[in-house]
Ligand binder design. Structure first.
Ligand code: NAP
Length: 512
């Protein structure tokens, strides 16, 4: 098995020694039509250029879509178990390169190394899960209402799938989409986030090495407005799977609706943790810290609200505040770092804006700005920040900030907690800390989110269960688990009549 992953098309670009990477089209790394490039920077130290990537346009997308169309007949005709075998080989390669990919991810995206390893592991897990689907892809066989007639349904690939992903899970999220699309027999054009194109290039190189035939997987880098829009608009891309923010999702939905495309949207969240008066508060603090400040709050499932019973609110904050203040901020590759940088300067400005506004409406408990520690001045760092006394309808408690900002909302009881928790336009993840089984089961019923945790934080999804949200967190599709196949397959129902005569359903088997 090969040890090297080098997808660069040329060694260096301009004054920097960072390599330049190509688009991957029809099994080859190639420059974009215009030849223009953009840089990807290390968010912990922006003097570090990770690489230069193709600033592609609609012409590059058209070439990639054409390559995917040409590869489609052979790939969909490849027996699904064989497609699964290629995916097993990819999963093994991903596992072999886990550490290298994790380090590359921390450098480019910023999350701490242990979390980057988890991100790659999620990719490995979904690859193995979906490789197994090569020998399942179950349909139904069911009795016909007529004698001597066979009835069944099978899944079929849709065609060329457009895959558009964000930067916060640069390996896991592409794998969540690529694996079900490919095992089902689709070919793909993948447009990664412009903040993490290096991770995408490394991933695509491994897919190539694993044996996915040329044209089966294509990647085009470049801006969302150019490359992403061209992909969604292409009449030859009948299915699009998108993860990102709601604003972009709505734009895409308008285009896809006009073209009657299949579209799966995984969007934002405003996830809440409910802490009841009978909760194990130390456990709750562990869950809150991990959910609010893990990945520097940049997870769609990050907890940005704690809805706490007023009887234990002070006690909870007394435990939470020092633990939060003690979190070690720094570059994700440093061994003792617990909170890495935000992704880019726009993210810092956005978070700082919400914090300034929050100071007017609520009491700041800890954090609130960039850390003053020497050595962090070239990165996008922001302190873990907690507000107390937040009203459930304040912007702090309503908008997805996507940074390390936590709002504490005090409530008098369970009913008010449920109201506050559900009173947002999102519905992705939620959790409750309680020692009462009855309360836990009520929460499982009452919380209007696609994912509910009991006595754990809001993050920690496993790849064999459906993942996704209600309300503004998506459009009803799910990733992961068997549900992921629904995005990338069409159902075909098949009837075989072996009676030798015409039998009319709903008529010949009914009296009168
Ligand atoms: P974003 O701006 O919507 O970007 C996501 C992807 O869409 C990127 O590849 C981006 O390209 C591309 N894009 C931008 N404009 C586009 C357009 N007009 N047409 C087509 N594609 C376009 O998302 P973000 O704000 O960076 O990402 C964070 C968001 O993702 C948060 O809201 C988070 O909650 C959500 N998220 C959701 C889930 C989930 O499973 N529900 C998981 C992770 C993240 P460029 O990078 O080139 O702009």
């Amino acid at each position: 098995m090969t040890q090297t992953i080098e997808p660069a098309v040329s060694g260096a670009s301009g004054a920097s020694s960072a390599p330049t990477y190509g688009n991957f089209i029809g099994g080859e790394w190639q420059p974009s039509v215009s030849g223009a490039t953009f840089a990807s920077l290390n968010p912990a130290d922006t003097r570090d250029v990770v690489g230069y990537f193709q600033a592609s346009s609609a012409a590059d997308v058209a070439m990639a879509v054409r390559a995917a169309e040409l590869a489609l007949p052979a790939w969909r005709a490849t027996p699904a178990p064989r497609r699964g075998e290629v995916m097993y080989a990819f999963a093994a390669l991903l596992a072999q390169h886990k550490e290298r990919l994790a380090r590359a991810m921390t450098r480019e995206m910023g999350k701490v190394l242990s979390e980057a390893r988890g991100d790659v592991q999620e990719g490995i897990d979904i690859a193995y899960l979906m490789a197994g689907e090569g020998r399942r892809l179950f349909g139904d066989t069911t009795p016909s209402e007529l004698p001597d007639k066979w009835a069944m349904s099978i899944r079929e690939p849709i065609g060329v799938a457009g895959i558009i992903t964000p930067w916060n899970f640069p390996i896991a999220i592409p794998c969540w989409k690529l694996m079900p699309a490919l095992v089902a027999g689709n070919t793909v054009v993948f447009k990664p986030a412009s903040d993490t194109p290096h991770c995408a290039a490394l991933l695509v190189e491994l897919l190539h090495q694993a044996g996915f035939p040329p044209g089966t997987v294509n990647m085009v880098t470049g801006g969302g407005d150019e490359v992403g829009t061209a992909l969604v608009e292409s009449p030859d891309v009948p299915v699009v799977s998108f993860t990102g923010n709601g604003h972009t999702g709505r734009r895409i939905a308008g285009i896809a609706a006009r073209r009657l495309k299949r579209l799966a949207l995984e969007l934002g969240g405003k996830n809440g943790i409910v802490v009841m008066d009978d909760a194990d508060l130390d456990l709750a603090v562990d869950g809150i810290l991990w959910s609010a400040f893990g990945t520097t709050g940049q997870r769609c499932t990050a907890a940005s609200r704690v809805i706490v019973h007023e009887k234990v609110a002070d006690d909870l904050l007394d435990r939470l505040e020092p633990r939060s203040r003690a979190l070690r901020i720094g570059p994700g590759l440093a061994q003792d770092t617990e909170v890495g940088p935000l992704i880019n300067v726009r993210a810092v400005e956005k978070v700082a804006g919400y914090v300034e506004e929050g100071r007017r409406d609520a009491r700041i408990v800890t954090g609130g700005g960039a850390p003053s520690r020497l050595g962090l001045e070239h990165g996008h760092f922001f302190e873990p920040t907690i507000f107390d006394g937040v009203d459930p309808m304040d912007r702090l408690a309503q908008d997805e900030i996507f940074g390390p900002v936590l709002s504490v909302i005090r409530v008098p009881g369970y009913a008010e907690a449920v109201t506050a928790l559900n009173q947002t336009r999102y519905g992705l993840s939620s959790s409750i800390f309680t020692r009462d089984n009855n309360t836990a089961f009520r929460a499982m019923r009452d919380f209007e989110t696609g994912i509910v945790y009991v006595n754990a934080g809001t993050i920690g999804a496993e790849t064999h269960l459906p993942f996704g949200g209600r309300k503004g967190s998506g459009n009803g599709h799910r990733e992961a688990g068997h549900a992921a196949l629904d995005t990338f397959t069409e159902w075909k129902s098949i009837y075989v009549d072996y009676s030798g005569r015409l039998q009319r359903a709903q008529i010949d088997n009914q009296p009168g």
